[in-house]
Design a protein around this ligand. Sequence first.
Ligand code: ADP
Ligand code: ADP
Length: 237
Amino acid sequence: MLVIEGLTKRYPTGDLALDGVSLTVPDGQVMALIGPSGAGKSTLIRCVNRLVEPTAGTVRLGDTELTRLGGLALRRARRRMGMIFQEYALVERLTVMENVLSGRLGYVGFWRSWLRRFPLSDIEEAFRLLNRVGLDHMVDKRADALSGGQRQRVGIVRALMQNPDLLLVDEPTASLDPKTSRQIMRLIVELAKERGLAAIINIHDVMLAQQFAERIVGLHAGRIVFDGAPGALTPEV
Ligand code: ADP
Ligand code: ADP
């Protein structure tokens, strides 16, 4: 469970990106975070994984208060958060399997022999997940030979290979066509549900959010202006 209380971020430029946001996401809940550009969606996700330092407020994941951690403890806590990015963030010169296994490791080795260090069970799990997203026939393809939809599926599997407690997903479909966007959203939601993960999906597209998420939180100027079921969302929000 993710518990955010009074989260506030003022950037050094003076921009108040988050203004006292409180939010609880239980395990197994897929929440879409919507709002216009500049509402604070990315800042919220980045305050959770501490790529951005909040000005005030707390973030807890299970029993761990993330906002207190530093150094090694913070790195360990980040391993519990699977990230999925708009631009996929794959290592282009590595294969699908190598990219996926880097999720288990937490970093990409500088020489290929690191692949051999993985136990068979990890490789099998990677195959199972790649099969689940329809990419098991492409394990040896380099990332730079994949389409956008395929790259994002690799990104999803890489995040799941971390065995995360939480998925943080930042505009996963912003670079994809509408049909592929729906496929990717469906996969993210199904896999999060199967594994009982809490998920925050930062998404610009309100229709996609309504179609796939069970809960929608609307941000505007750093404040929550809507929190409810997709059906309760009115055009004024
Ligand atoms: P969204 O993801 O909803 O588009 P952001 O979190 O990116 O919103 O931005 C929220 C506000 O914070 C905006 O006013 C933006 O200009 C500001 N902001 C975001 N990142 C920075 C930064 N690194 N430095 C200063 N201001 C920032
Ligand atoms: P998907 O819907 O599975 O993501 P697409 O329909 O977008 O796939 O792409 C079909 C095929 O075209 C894929 O097998 C992919 O290898 C190839 N392809 C698409 N975009 C690119 C690209 N930017 N670079 C290389 N190959 C690409």
